[in-house]
Design a protein around this ligand. Structure first.
Ligand SMILES: C[S@@+](CC[C@H](N)C(=O)[O-])C[C@H]1O[C@@H](n2cnc3c(N)ncnc32)[C@H](O)[C@@H]1O
Length: 256
């Protein structure tokens, strides 16, 4: 279930290595929601209450694909959902368990790859991720798996780096520039400078993959940074970029 493909092995090793730093660095943005129950989406931290991606979750079976420290699943548990957190990295799941002890909110945690998940067909009402497994797993395996474990009418929602942002980052650069430099049609598995392998597709390929997996596209939300306090902790050049172009997007697709 963990998988032995090079990109999966590589990403598991890297996420185990960087997990402690990731949790420490991102805590100011991602931790609070576990205590308030008010989840936020993406690097710009836009609240679910404004985007309404997941909608009502009370009593629903929800799988977070690539849950990391489970801040989102914890928030959803607070809101009455029945979450399951799945992640490839044992160190990230260690942080999930620590959070469960702190909050007293307990739910199943599973170590597996999104490309091969240990659940029966039609187990979940919602499968979701925020810059989670769909940003790292091979889409041609992870999307059909998500579709398989959703109940008819179930929602797959995930936020990730936009394909446009992806092809605007030059080799070795940390952020996007104002020119297209990457191969749009070559997008699938991308070796990043930080040693991770990330995943993305051209927009048309995403749509065809959803359709071929029995998923109907409901929306493609392109969040932008909001002005005023309480947003992200990113630098202003990234914010300026994201005001002009879509830096990330959230797919909302439904099992037919
Ligand atoms: C950027 S973190 C996001 C976690 C959480 N949403 C957050 O923002 O803190 C991405 C997570 O995806 C997990 N991941 C990467 N590849 C995966 C795969 N193939 N299957 C499941 N999880 C994976 C990583 O271990 C990591 O915890």
């Amino acid at each position: 279930m963990i998988g032995n493909d090079t990109h999966v092995r590589n990403n598991r090793t890297r996420w185990n290595e960087i997990s402690d730093d990731y949790q420490r660095f991102n805590a100011p943005q991602i931790r609070e929601q576990a205590f308030t129950g008010d989840i936020t989406w993406g690097v710009w931290g836009i609240p679910e209450s404004r985007l309404n991606i997941l909608g009502h979750v009370v009593g629903l079976d929800v799988l977070e694909m690539g849950c990391g420290g489970s801040q989102w699943s914890t928030a959803l548990a607070r809101r009455g959902a029945r979450p399951v957190g799945l992640d490839l990295s044992e160190r990230q799941l260690h942080h999930s368990r620590t959070l469960q002890r702190e909050t007293g909110l307990d739910f199943p945690l599973v170590q597996a790859s999104a490309e091969d998940v240990p659940f029966a067909n039609g187990t979940f009402d919602i499968v979701f991720a925020d810059h989670g497994a769909f940003s790292f797993a091979d889409p041609y395996r992870a999307i059909p798996e998500a579709a398989r474990i959703l109940r008819p009418g179930g929602l797959l929602a995930f936020g990730h780096v936009s394909p446009i942002y992806e092809i605007s980052i030059a080799d070795g650069a940390e952020a996007a520039g104002d020119r297209l430099v990457g191969d749009y049609f070559g997008l699938r598995l991308i070796s990043d400078t930080d040693g991770l392998v990330s995943a993305n597709l051209p927009y048309g390929a995403w749509i065809r993959l959803f359709r071929d997996s029995g998923l109907l596209v409901e929306d493609l939300v392109e969040p932008q940074p909001e002005s005023g306090p309480g947003g992200s902790h990113r630098d202003s050049a990234e914010e300026a970029w994201a005001r002009r172009w879509p830096s990330e997007c959230i797919w909302k697709v439904r099992r037919a």
